[in-house]
Design a protein around this ligand. Structure first.
Ligand SMILES: *Cc1c(COP(=O)(O)O)cnc(C)c1O
Length: 401
């Protein structure tokens, strides 16, 4: 005879007892971050990006922006933005495929394709969206992606979105990459890399990567976020600088850094861009960015073409700065461009160094995990054409102490 189990009577609910707090766990997690010196406070900037910046009311020499050519605060971009906004209104109002793609967007995509010397370009709301959506559109289950261990978060997230097999190779280790490519089977193989690495200031060996991709029948996607506007005779990036136009299949760049505007782009053969129009979800299912942004970005591309002295001068400033640091025995970890990290080690050491530099008048942000590997916390100086040699010499002295 089956026994009957009486349900336990539920206790009367005490109306005064506190409800469980569904987000209560966050306090504990934040406390753990604080204990590891990993909290990320929000600073407030007053005024525009320039050689000096006011952060939380304190004016400091600004080594903490990606405004490499000084266009972010340039009134010529503001005017171009106003002009586009006056002609086309502020909001784009729809995704590009519906009715959001304005004449300003069309002009911008043509300007990008022409700057890079490729058939076509597609503009995304951000470089992050361009990377993540493009990787997921080009690779999927059954495919394999090969990714440098120091790649940017947007490339890493693209790999995850693609649901392909992901093989991470040691930073710029060509032998390891070729071994992985040769010993793994996949329907399609995609190699992804930053060209100028955002935390290390190191440069990917593009000609060798092209050779390996060609030998192994792989697609090569490169992220030029920090190189767009800075490298190449025309200013289109390291692919141009190294003459790798034919060996790189997919070029991603951003309008938000040296170009001083906002948004990202993918550029390459017409068939690639046509495919992305059908498959890049962050482009299809997202509102086009405001025409004003497209107008400002197109103006920046024009200026990059006309003011090539800015990238020459920036590169000379950067080389002199790196030499000063190396001469003083400072560990810049192999940096070779306008991004110059100084390795501190633990998060607390990076924070202390950043604070000491702020006391000397310099904003050089501390970068900690997960932006960099554990044990490699650093302060990162991002140089701009706007900087004076005198300020950079003083900074090198401060870092040398
Ligand atoms: C900043 C950055 C991006 C993202 O570009 P946004 O336009 O800022 O979204 C992509 N890749 C790298 C390497 C970056 O540093």
């Amino acid at each position: 005879m089956p026994c009957r189990i009486e349900p336990a009577p539920s206790p009367p609910r005490d109306a005064r007892a506190p409800l469980p707090e569904p987000l209560g766990w966050i306090d504990g997690e934040l406390a753990d971050l604080a204990a590891g010196d990993l909290l990320r406070p929000q600073r407030i900037r007053s005024g525009r990006q320039a050689a000096r910046v006011v952060l939380d009311g304190r004016e400091l020499v600004n080594l903490g922006s990606n405004d490499y050519l000084g266009y972010a605060g340039d009134v010529r971009l503001t005017k171009a933005a106003s002009k586009a906004a006056c002609a086309e209104g502020f909001g784009a109002g729809a995704s590009p495929l519906v009715s959001g793609h304005s004449q300003a967007h069309e002009n911008l995509e043509q300007a990008i394709a022409s700057l890079l010397g490729v058939e076509a370009a597609l503009v995304f709301a951000s470089g992050f969206a361009a990377n993540s959506a493009t990787i997921a559109a080009v690779a999927g289950p059954g495919d394999a992606i090969y990714s440098d261990e120091r790649n940017h978060a947007s490339l890493i997230d693209g790999c995850r979105l693609a649901r392909a097999a992901v093989h991470v190779y040691p930073h710029r280790d060509l032998a390891a990459l070729e071994r992985l490519l040769a010993t793994t089977a996949a329907r399609r193989k995609l190699v992804v890399t930053d060209t100028l690495f955002s935390m290390d200031g190191t440069i990917a060996p593009l000609p060798d990567l092209c050779d390996i991709a060609r030998r192994q029948g792989a697609i090569l996607l490169v992220d030029e976020a920090h190189a767009t506007g800075v490298f190449g005779a025309r200013g289109s990036g390291l692919v141009e600088e190294t003459g790798c136009d034919d060996g790189v299949h997919i070029r991603v760049g951003t309008l938000s850094k040296a170009l001083g505007a906002a948004g990202g782009f993918v550029a390459g053969p017409g068939r690639l861009v046509e495919w992305l129009r059908h498959k890049a979800r962050a482009w299809i299912f997202s509102t086009a960015h405001p025409p004003a942004v497209a107008g400002a970005a197109a103006r920046a591309i024009e200026l990059v073409g006309r003011e090539s002295e800015r990238r020459r001068e920036l590169r000379a400033l950067s080389a002199a700065f790196r030499e000063r640091l190396t001469a003083r025995g400072v560990d810049i970890g192999g940096a070779e461009a306008q991004i110059v990290p100084v390795i501190a080690g633990e998060p607390a050491a990076a924070l202390a160094l950043a604070e000491r530099l702020a006391a000397a008048g310099f904003f050089v942000p501390a970068i900690r995990p997960p932006s960099v590997p554990v044990g490699r916390s650093l302060v990162r100086a991002s140089l701009s054409w706007l900087h004076s040699e005198a300020d950079l010499a003083r900074l090198a002295d401060a870092l040398g102490q």
